[in-house]
Design a protein around this ligand. Structure first.
Ligand code: BDP
Length: 680
């Protein structure tokens, strides 16, 4: 089995704190050997349950495990594992090879502590069955968006010059990186499907198969973004009408060929009727009709279609205050609940707009109990500093995942994405759509442009596996796996400084850009740097409505767009109410005068000034902290140089944000800064 072979190989990988280890595959169902952590040599056994003969330690752990979970039909699933320390050995047991792989990476993560005193049987299984990265990669370099749309880490890791990127070692390393983070699926091309990329589905399928082959040993399935117009573009049909028999037959035949070539193919990702992509609306059909025809083609092979809910009018009339982009996904999809086939996953962006630094949770997540939902995050930092700024996003994602759309104590966003749990500890996923994110990886030597942006990739995978993990603990894991502090002169300084730099970096970014939930104010097109009115008089539906008296979008039922009415209680009323609406989302839901007083006691205008000054100060402090690390020689020189260059840019950019935003609002409002600071 390829995954088991990888387990055996991965075990000899010098990573984390497990170095100099040697493993000898006992037979093809077990890997056993010795791990030398530097502090001592230990037995490590990785074995599939039910295979005989198990080594003695494994047998003991198996007996203990059965005693605890014996009457449970499927205690581990195909990715879970048991970890225990017994006698002189550490044992990982799983029911399927992928479980051993995840178990091995867990041992690497634990390092020395995996080999401490006896630890009782621990059971691990992922909360989300699907933990997926969407690559917005083009095979060709696209004239507007470059090779990787919203990519900030060089070219594509999969494609180069219109061909597959021939670096199998790099792709294998990527597979290992993803498996170590917990990711088990990737879509290998952009959701905006251009002509060359459309052909990946048919005559260029071999290129996709080659990627699938390299990632398979790491338990990763491959998905393709496909064009809804593929029957026309590739099949020579005159229509892509989902209710047309010829169209149905084309999808069925094409999909059967895909599975002939890639038997474990994951499925399709579709962006339809959105930002210029073709879709069912052209034929007067619903998005359920559209999704179901693809789902029907995939069903015989166990594949899923990920149908994106990011559908809105990007050519709206900005003079017409009654339209509201935030409403769009709910308006299009909520009424379709119950109409999608079982293998349709509706993929919903976590917020109603578009990956801003702060948004409320999308009301779609609470509106479709009869549909499998996947929640989509953006690891690539399109609106959060484009991997030039440090912005550790895990605290934000964790907040979203723990949010209860029906109020405290009810289901959370994480439980909706995981699907109804069958297990008493809530860990066994059934039919949820899982967690998906837009990837931040490219062919950059540091993978992610900004070396510290790797932590976002890692944290995404970890939160998809275990949504309740503490972002700060995830950061600890990432620091230990990445920098191996124990091998440095001052591990405490390294860990502490990285925490100081990263823990609060998302809130810092929010302070010097767009606080209070107002969003956007970025330069149109590339979305980097400030331009307060850049989108204000355009057709994109992203406005702040600032004038001389006030700012914010009135989305109330009483006097605004009625968006608050898309939420169930209690949030519908909380957001509707000016008194109850949380400060950080105030301008998302309300248009208020500059003198409006926040819960914090400050006024809106003073809050804008204060946060912008404070944010820049924090970035300057971040830069000083990093300099202490470099001076102490605690990080690799190449990495140090890259981070310094980025921090210089972050500081420059933060100052630019501060000056433009503060000057803009000083001029609009005429209200001076209470502290008399100089505003340019
Ligand atoms: C927006 C991006 C655009 C994507 C779109 C999407 O600016 O490049 O194509 O999202 O999610 O945030 O489809």
């Amino acid at each position: 089995d390829t995954v088991l072979r990888e387990v055996a190989q991965a075990a000899t990988w010098h990573g984390g704190q497990l170095r100099h280890q040697e493993f000898r595959p006992a037979d093809e169902r077990q890997v056993a050997g010795e791990a030398d952590t530097g502090a001592g040599a230990y037995d490590l056994v990785l074995a599939l349950r039910g295979t005989a003969p198990l080594p003695d330690q494994a047998l003991a752990v198996e007996t203990e495990f059965r005693r605890r979970y014996g009457d449970h039909a499927d205690p581990l699933g195909d990715e879970g594992f048991v970890l225990a320390r017994h006698g002189h050995g550490t044992v990982v047991l799983a029911d399927a090879p992928a479980g051993l792989l995840y178990g091995l990476f867990h041992v690497v993560r634990l390092g020395e502590s995996a080999f401490g005193a006896d630890r009782p049987v621990e059971r691990h299984r992922p909360a989300m069955r699907l933990r997926m990265l969407d690559h917005w990669d083009n095979v060709d370099v696209h004239h507007q968006t470059g090779q990787v749309e919203r990519g900030y880490a060089g070219g594509s890791i999969f494609w180069r010059n219109g061909r597959p990127h021939h670096d199998p070692a790099r792709l294998r390393a990527y597979g290992r990186l993803l498996a170590a983070s917990g990711v088990n699926a990737v879509a290998v091309n952009n959701v905006n499907v251009h002509a060359t990329e459309a052909r990946l589905l048919t005559d260029r399928l071999g290129d996709v198969a080659a990627i699938a082959e390299l990632l398979r040993p790491y338990g990763i399935r491959v998905y393709l973004s496909v064009s809804f117009a593929a029957p026309i573009l590739l099949g020579g049909l005159s229509s892509a009408d989902p209710l047309d028999e010829k169209v149905r037959a084309w999808w069925a035949g094409t999909t059967a060929q895909v599975y002939d070539t890639i038997p474990d193919f994951g499925g399709y990702v579709v962006k339809a009727d959105s930002e210029g992509q073709p879709g069912p609306f052209a034929y007067g059909r619903s998005h359920a009709d559209g999704a179901n025809v693809l789902a029907e083609a995939l069903a015989p092979f166990g594949g899923d279609v990920h149908w994106r809910a990011f559908v809105y009018n990007h050519r709206q009339d900005w003079r017409d205050r009654s339209t509201d982009r935030a409403r769009a996904a709910f308006d299009h999809f909520a009424a379709l609940d119950g109409q999608f086939r079982e293998n349709v996953v509706l993929q919903v962006k976590h917020g109603p707009m578009d990956f801003q630094v702060r948004e409320p949770v999308s009301p779609v997540i609470a509106a479709m109990p009869g549909t499998r939902l996947a929640v989509e995050f953006q690891v690539t930092q399109e609106y959060t500093g484009q991997q030039r700024h440090v912005c550790y996003l895990a605290p934000w994602w964790r907040e979203v995942l723990e949010f209860g759309p029906w109020g405290a104590g009810g289901p959370t966003v994480a439980t909706v994405a995981a699907g109804p749990a069958t297990d008493d500890d809530g860990s066994a996923p059934t039919a949820g759509g899982g967690l998906v994110a837009v990837s931040n990886v490219g062919d950059d030597p540091f993978w992610t442009g900004h070396p510290l942006a790797q932590a976002n990739l890692y944290a995404f995978g970890r939160l998809a596996w275990a949504p309740r993990l503490d972002p700060s603990a995830i950061l600890d894991e990432w620091i230990d796996l990445t920098f191996v502090p124990s091998a440095t002169a001052d591990p405490e300084l390294l860990r502490r400084t990285l925490h100081e730099i990263m823990d609060d970096s998302w809130r810092t970014y929010e302070r010097y850009t767009t606080p209070l939930g107002v969003g956007f104010m970025v330069r149109p097109g590339h979305h980097y740097g400030p331009d307060v009115d850049g989108y204000e008089y355009t057709a994109w539906g992203t406005y702040h409505f600032a004038d001389r008296d006030g700012i914010g979008v009135d989305r109330t039922r009483r006097s605004g767009t009625g968006f608050t009415g898309q939420y169930p209680q209690p949030w519908s009323d909380v957001y509707e109410s000016l008194e109850q609406c949380p400060d950080e989302l105030l301008l998302f839901f309300h248009h208020v005068p500059y003198g409006h007083r926040l819960h914090s006691g400050s006024t809106v205008i003073q809050h804008i000034y204060d946060t912008h000054f404070a944010g820049v100060e924090q970035v300057a402090e971040t830069r000083r902290r990093w300099e202490r690390l470099s001076a102490a020689g605690l990080v690799d020189q190449g990495l140090d140089a890259r981070v310094r260059e980025r921090l210089d840019e972050q500081l420059r950019s933060a100052q630019e944000w501060r000056d433009q935003v503060n000057a803009y609002f000083l001029r609009k409002s005429g209200v001076p800064d209470a502290q008399g600071r100089r505003i340019h």
